[in-house]
Write a protein that binds this ligand. Structure first.
Ligand code: SAM
Length: 336
């Protein structure tokens, strides 16, 4: 799992950039969708290749400065949409010749350094964690949801073993005063029964809150479903994940679309479905030792990719059913 502490002088390094380029092969030209534009690391690299076009997406309006720079350099080959990637289908791309869709999940170094966003547990002020186009903040969650709901969020989105005690302590403390970022870190420090010296004790709780506030589970699931629909034959879906929950979802989706597992050994023909995708590598591509040395947060990155083998729009998948429990946790926000 990625540590959330990033010092101020950290440069932005697009993670697994060489590997992304070798997977999507922009040297042959084509239209690509960069679903997580961020600082434009991938987009700028792809646009260096002639005959490429990019549709860039980011939920954060603060990408504006980056967007303007790219638009100035590539006025005819770059288009930006400030939307959430789960809404990819609203862009009406069914007829476009989309050669690749890329996701680099999570937050950028610029976002974590932004004190207003409050994504880091070094942040001083109010809890926030909104990446952009959100309905509520971490402040609403921590200061309003009851202890049982908080426990579910910390346990299922953060895999936090001490979810129960942290939630109880939050509920007790907020009867005395409002909880901001430093106070939440203190509560977690006091609640943890065992210390893991490799990661900060607040990492898991902060990850869980960020996932909940940004509805990252439904974002990812609907983003994946919509992107495989619009890809054309031989098109590539490439996803970089940063924590095990994201990777579990991506791995399941890719396997589900590229394998025809028989449920029954006696009637194998009955549950055969059409397979339109190929997953060339079963294992993810990881950063090299050199990349991790230059950019330590890249150590948790995993790149998986899928190739579409037929031009079809309707894709059958049971991913929503499979991750129903995780999706249902998002409904707790209706109590806010
Ligand atoms: C890790 S950064 C991407 C960095 C980028 N690959 C680069 O090279 O600069 C992730 C970006 O995705 C954006 N993002 C995260 N979830 C999103 C979503 N559901 N919809 C749209 N953008 C999202 C974040 O705002 C952030 O800017």
């Amino acid at each position: 799992m990625e540590a959330t502490i990033v010092s101020d002088n950290v440069k932005h390094y697009p993670v697994l950039l060489k590997e992304i380029i070798s997977v999507i092969t922009p040297q042959h030209g084509g239209t690509f969708i960069d679903c997580t534009l961020g600082n434009g690391g991938y987009t700028n690299e792809i646009l260096k290749y002639k005959n490429t076009k990019i549709i860039g997406i980011d939920r954060d309006t603060k990408t504006e400065i980056i967007v303007r720079k790219i638009q100035k350099n590539f006025p005819d080959r770059f288009l930006f949409k400030n939307i959430k990637f789960s809404k990819l289908n609203n862009l009406k791309l069914k007829k476009e010749n989309i050669k690749g869709v890329i996701f680099d999940l999570g937050y950028s170094t610029t976002q974590i350094k932004d004190p207003e966003k409050g994504l880091s547990f070094n942040s001083m002020g109010e809890l926030n964690m909104k990446m952009g186009l959100n309905d509520f903040s971490a402040d609403d969650v921590v200061n309003s949801l009851d202890a049982r709901d908080l426990e579910k969020i910390f346990k299922f989105y953060g895999d936090e073993n001490d979810a129960k005690i942290i939630s109880k302590n939050i509920a007790r403390e907020r009867t005395l005063h409002k909880i901001d970022t430093p106070k939440l870190v203190k509560i977690i420090e006091k609640s943890k029964r065992r210390r893991n010296h490799k990661i900060h004790c607040a990492t898991k709780t902060f990850q869980a809150l960020r996932i909940f506030v940004n509805k990252e589970i439904s974002e990812l699931i609907y983003g994946l479903i919509n992107s495989v629909k619009i890809l054309k034959k031989e098109g590539i879906l490439a996803v970089v994940t940063f924590h095990s929950l994201e990777d579990k979802i991506v791995k399941y989706f890719f396997k589900n679309l590229s394998e025809n597992k028989s449920i029954s050994r006696y009637e194998p023909k009955l549950d055969q479905k059409d397979i339109y995708f190929e997953m060339p590598l079963k294992k993810p591509i990881l950063p090299t030792r050199e990349e991790v040395q230059n950019n330590p947060p890249s150590r948790s990155a995993k790149l998986r990719y899928l190739i579409k083998k037929k031009d079809v729009y309707q894709i059958e998948t049971d991913i929503i059913e499979k991750f129903k429990n995780l999706l249902e946790i998002e409904n707790l926000s209706s109590k806010l």
